[in-house]
Design a protein around this ligand. Structure first.
Ligand SMILES: C[S@@+](CC[C@H](N)C(=O)[O-])C[C@H]1O[C@@H](n2cnc3c(N)ncnc32)[C@H](O)[C@@H]1O
Length: 279
């Protein structure tokens, strides 16, 4: 058996252990990045062979959260890709205003920066008081950071630039308190935010949403899992609700393509068509 074939067998054994022992199914994640992250876990735990993870995953309960954190990529920024937030402010908020209550499901929130950015945007548009932001992820360590809303102060210069380019109408510093080398997000934002564990692979619809934001998550999945997630997000949207995928993913060429009309093609922002209306 070639080394690459052996590695394939080891990967499959680890993934099956995660699935059968812990109920986490990574079989439909994009292979190349999954393989890279499994190799870094092997180094992190000082394992001679990847397959040595199997007995540890079977017996050590505490290991699961570390493995999940290692397999997820919680890279994020406040107002990441500012043009997407500008489009949300200019083209989506006017539609959201027509609903008496606005639920936003932010899928794959990582450490929460994107959810806080959405809360700031909604506050500046005068809608936060009737808005609930549900931000979900499978990475519990990242969710704990999101709950705290504490971020390194050194990142604020970049986030401030993003905020201005995203059409921010005030100063980003108005939304956090500075303590030494970290900042604490203003607790008034948190009143409209809920962070929760949710697995796109195995869990159902999280809430009835008027806007679903899912950026830089589906790129880690294969076509099969992407199709499943699109159906889940479509199922959670009210008629006339919006889906924001950002610059790297699209509904085009997927099973739900005909259900959505583009609001902003470049930023991949779509609106669920009214029932019975055809493209
Ligand atoms: C690169 S981050 C994206 C963060 C943010 N949306 C952004 O664009 O800045 C991808 C996130 O997707 C999460 N994720 C991966 N698989 C998931 C799953 N099955 N269910 C829910 N979240 C998942 C990861 O834990 C990670 O936090």
């Amino acid at each position: 058996m070639k080394d690459s074939e052996l590695e394939e067998v080891e990967i499959n054994l680890v993934l099956e252990t995660l699935r059968l022992r812990h109920g986490y199914d990574f079989r439909h994640y994009a292979q190349a990045s999954l393989r890279r992250r499994l190799r870094s876990l092997q180094h992190l735990f000082g394992l001679k062979h990847l397959v040595d993870l199997v007995p540890r995953l079977l017996r050590e309960r505490d290991l699961l959260s570390k493995v999940l954190a290692g397999l997820s990529v919680p890279m994020t920024e406040m107002f990441r890709d500012p043009a997407v937030f500008l489009a949300l402010r200019q083209e989506v908020v006017p539609l959201l205003r027509t609903f008496p209550q606005i639920n936003i499901w932010q899928v794959g929130c990582a450490t929460g920066e994107e959810a806080y950015s959405l809360a700031i945007l909604m506050a500046e548009e005068g809608c936060l008081f009737r808005c609930q932001i549900y931000a979900t992820d499978i990475n519990d360590a990242a969710l704990a950071t999101a709950e705290e809303g504490v971020f390194p102060a050194r990142k604020m210069a970049l986030y401030g630039d993003n905020y201005r380019n995203a059409g921010g109408t005030g100063k980003l510093a108005d939304y956090y308190h500075h303590h030494m080398d970290f900042v604490q997000m203003d607790p008034t934002l948190r009143r409209s935010m809920v962070f929760a564990h949710h697995n796109l692979v195995s869990d159902g619809i999280f809430c009835e949403a008027h806007l679903v934001v899912c950026r830089n998550v589906l790129i880690y999945f294969d076509r099969h899992l992407q199709a499943h997630c699109f159906a889940l997000m479509k199922g959670s949207l009210v008629r006339g609700g919006c889906l924001c995928l950002g610059s790297r993913e699209s509904v085009e060429g997927t099973v739900v393509e005909r259900d959505f009309q583009a609001i902003n093609k470049a930023m991949r922002i779509f609106r669920l068509r009214p029932r019975g209306s055809t493209p």
